[in-house]
Ligand binder design. Structure first.
Ligand code: CU
Length: 128
């Protein structure tokens, strides 16, 4: 008998994203809310950056180098990521997309955490 575990539990996801003038490969990343996401940005030509809108985080990779960005995808939705280093004429078009799917498990755990906090608050109030 399989245990009634949630369909999607937070995972650790690692993506190797290749950056070159003027594109990312892959340019679309999909994760679930609550996942710990590691992006290994590899620059194939000049210095490139990767800035994630909405999360306000970024990383920069020197030519031929790999730079690592790790974060928890705690906001669901679609976020654009783009190069934040001026790398040439077509630089403004160097964009990609991060999709963070909603995760029922996460909402459930947030809900439980809030109930727990509420319960503690109420019991503290009753004691005073
Ligand atoms: Cu650029």
């Amino acid at each position: 008998m399989p245990l009634p575990v949630p369909a999607v539990a937070p995972q650790e996801r690692t993506f190797e994203v290749d950056a070159r003038q003027y594109a990312y490969s892959p340019s679309e990343l999909k994760v679930n809310a609550g996942d710990t996401v590691t992006i290994q940005l590899v620059s194939a030509d000049v210095v490139h950056g990767l800035y994630v809108d909405g999360y306000d985080i970024s990383v920069e990779a020197d030519p031929g180098q790999t730079a690592t960005l790790t974060f928890v995808a705690d906001k669901s939705g679609s976020f654009r990521f783009r190069c934040n280093v001026t790398c040439g004429a077509m630089h403004p078009f160097m964009i990609g997309k991060l999709t963070v799917g909603s995760n029922i498990w996460l909402y459930r755990s947030i809900g439980l955490a809030m109930l727990a906090v509420l319960g503690i608050t109420l019991s503290l109030k009753q004691k005073t």
